[in-house]
Design a protein around this ligand. Structure first.
Ligand code: PLP
Length: 352
């Protein structure tokens, strides 16, 4: 008998590379925002009284919860915040998926879901997306211990209309349905408006993609009071003080600057739409992404060889070595200039 028999063994999630190379790199591999957050964050940091660092932070991150509630027109007890939506989602898996029936989610989706399920020993089954990488809501009309849908989905970028989400929520009154809306700000329709109608619906969003704040780690969940209470009970059974003071204060400033937020999103959406035209001209195939990335494939060029070529030019995109998608690349929308360099290098690759 070795102590190793008692170890919770897990295969961890692999995040996209955070390359450390000299000189300019173009990082289009983790769906970060290519623009900085609102300059209001600078003011908050300049005025931050470091004496406050002696003290524990606000235990419920109340100022941030309050500004999110205001932003969405919700009650404060309908909002839960955490250290990025990864933290929030992990808490959700632990809280709501404690049954014996399998939790269900698509075969091609955010690759953290199966990692949490394995880590927490939650039974799960994956449901194949159709040939166009779309979710068929009817596939989610079956017994389960919970449902997770990323909408728009990652890494495919496909967006389910609101009535399809509602169909899944309605069909599963005895399960919690989590809708991971990391990319909803880029043109998808949020299911937030349904949370007063369905007590089994929980929406998870993040400041990492559409608000230029991945480094500060802020995510949140919105749902009925009861869901939020259960989430808080579990969170307070693990670590009360998850959100640090600077994240809370800066997060409030980010949440309040709605004009800056809208400008960020519209710039990225404009670059995305132009990128679609450019990539189409280069012969790529892809769906009608409503996110800050494009999931592309080419009939004449292999994804891996393009991936490797771009890396030699210090351009990082994401390749998933997984069934069905191993000839695809996920390309984050960068600045206009970054995308121009990318298109130029793709042309060079093709003309080699
Ligand atoms: C990026 C992403 C997350 C995690 O974002 P955080 O930085 O942890 O807030 C969660 N779900 C999906 C689908 C994502 O793409």
């Amino acid at each position: 008998m070795s102590w190793e028999e008692n170890v919770r063994k897990v295969v961890p999630y692999t995040p996209g590379d955070q390359p450390k190379v000299e000189g300019r790199i173009i990082k289009l591999n983790t769906n970060e925002c290519p623009y900085p957050p609102t300059p209001k964050v600078r003011e908050v940091l300049d005025n931050f009284d470091i004496d406050r660092m002696r003290l524990y932070p606000n235990v419920t991150a109340a100022p941030l919860v309050k500004s999110l509630a205001l932003f969405y027109g919700l009650k404060e007890n309908q909002v839960f915040v955490g250290v990025g939506s990864d933290d929030v989602l992990a808490d959700c898996f632990l809280t709501f998926f404690h049954g014996n029936k399998p939790v269900i989610f698509p075969d091609i989706t955010y690759s953290f879901y199966d990692v949490w399920a394995e880590c927490f020993r939650i039974p799960y089954e994956t449901i194949p997306l159709d040939d166009n990488f779309c979710v068929n809501p009817a596939d989610y009309h079956r017994e389960n211990g919970g449902v997770v849908i990323a909408n728009p989905n990652a890494p495919t970028g496909e967006n389910l209309p609101l009535d399809a989400i509602e169909d899944i929520v309605k069909a599963n009154p005895d399960s919690v349905v989590i809708v991971d809306e990391a990319y909803a700000d880029f043109g998808g329709e949020s299911a937030l408006k349904l949370i007063d109608k369905y007590d089994n619906l929980l929406i998870v969003q993040t400041f990492s993609k559409s608000r230029g704040f991945a480094g500060m780690r802020i995510g949140y969940a919105c749902g009925c009071e009861k869901l939020i209470k259960y989430l808080n009970d579990v969170k307070f059974s693990i670590n009360s003080y998850t959100m640090n003071q600077t994240a809370i204060d800066c997060g409030v400033a980010v949440c309040e600057d709605t004009a800056y937020f809208k400008e960020l999103v519209s710039k990225i959406v404009a670059t995305r739409e132009r990128s679609k035209r450019e990539l189409k001209e280069l012969g790529f195939r892809f769906g009608d992404s409503k996110t800050n990335f494009l999931f592309v494939t080419h009939d004449k060029f292999s994804a891996v060889s393009l991936f490797e070529y771009l890396k030699t030019k210090n351009i990082y995109v994401r390749h998933f070595n997984k069934p069905r998608i191993d000839n695809y690349l996920r390309i984050t929308i960068g600045t206009e200039e970054e995308m121009d360099v990318l298109f130029e290098e793709i042309r060079n690759f093709m003309n080699k």
